[in-house]
Design a binder for this molecule. Structure first.
Ligand code: SAH
Length: 263
């Protein structure tokens, strides 16, 4: 597991209003400065301000049953189009999963919102935020950015170096002092950040690793896709109470597999 990286650029996602220049045009300059692929402005259809298209996405999420105001606000704040490849910018706010490279996918907004809602549904600390959260499977960093608005600290771990670095590039233009990106095998959790108020996995295994349960605070929740006895993947919520673990198996989902080791 690597060191806890710092973000030279400070980015405040808390209010959803990045301190960095708001317009896509400006963001293009910023991403170019970091050597990342530029956002393709011409065919994007997003115009110079993507907030309206995000507001439409949030209305759809609410119509689909997402009700937590903080989750909806976070989904409305984070500029999803900045996390996908330039060729896919047009689809960034559609309710669809998208490829993010190395055979992995960014979950559809509905699934991100649903999982975040389940995660915060348990304990909220002072200020209405979750405490420390561990995300297993950083991918492009989008969900980490959403979680950054909902939790005091986010530790997000990725086993593929290419994606860990991509997430770092994606997040750099913002100021997110409370997101810590880690490169390593998330099956072992991240003991240094424990205990966590919540653990969320973006990849599904056959079982929830014991390390996650050990690193979860009493009163906390794990939200993860898991292969059930029927051989299908479902969303599982594990609650750690003083009386023991409570498991709920929810709807069917389709996540990439949770794999061990790094690559
Ligand atoms: N939350 C991400 C979705 C990423 S897809 C986003 O917003 O983009 C799931 C990710 O989990 C993949 O990048 C995959 O490489 C990663 N993954 C799978 N097994 C893992 C493990 N054991 N530890 C860390 N990351 C893992």
């Amino acid at each position: 597991m690597s060191r806890r990286p710092a973000f030279p650029a400070q980015l405040d996602l808390r209010t959803g209003a990045p301190i960095a220049p708001k317009s896509i045009a400006n963001s293009v300059q910023q991403t170019r400065a970091t050597g990342q692929k530029s956002v393709n402005l011409a065919p994007s259809g997003l115009g110079m301000d993507s907030s309206a298209v995000r507001a439409r996405m949030v209305s759809k999420l609410a119509a689909q049953g997402v009700s937590d105001p903080q989750v909806l606000a976070a989904m409305g704040s984070v500029e999803r189009h900045r996390f996908v490849d330039s060729a896919l910018v047009n689809q960034a706010y559609e309710d669809t999963s998208l490829p993010i490279g190395l055979g992995q996918t960014i979950s559809k907004p509905n699934v991100v919102a649903r999982m975040c809602e389940l995660l915060v549904g348990g304990a909220r600390g002072p200020g209405g935020k979750l405490g420390r959260v561990l995300e297993v499977g950083t991918g492009c960093g989008y969900q980490a950015a959403v979680l950054g608005l909902l939790a005091t600290e986010v530790y997000s771990i990725e086993r593929l170096r290419g994606l860990h670095e991509r997430a770092r590039d994606n997040l750099r233009p913002f100021r997110v002092p409370n997101i810590h990106l880690l490169f390593g095998d998330g099956m072992a959790g991240f003991a240094k950040g424990a205990p966590y108020a919540g653990i969320i996995a973006a990849a599904g295994g056959d079982a929830v690793p014991q390390a996650w349960i050990d690193q979860l605070a009493v009163g906390g929740r794990i939200v993860a896709p898991m292969v059930t006895a029927q051989g299908k993947q479902a969303l599982v919520v594990l609650e750690k109470t003083s009386a023991g673990l409570k498991q709920s198996v929810l709807e069917a989902v389709h996540f990439v597999p949770l794999k061990s080791g790094i690559a």
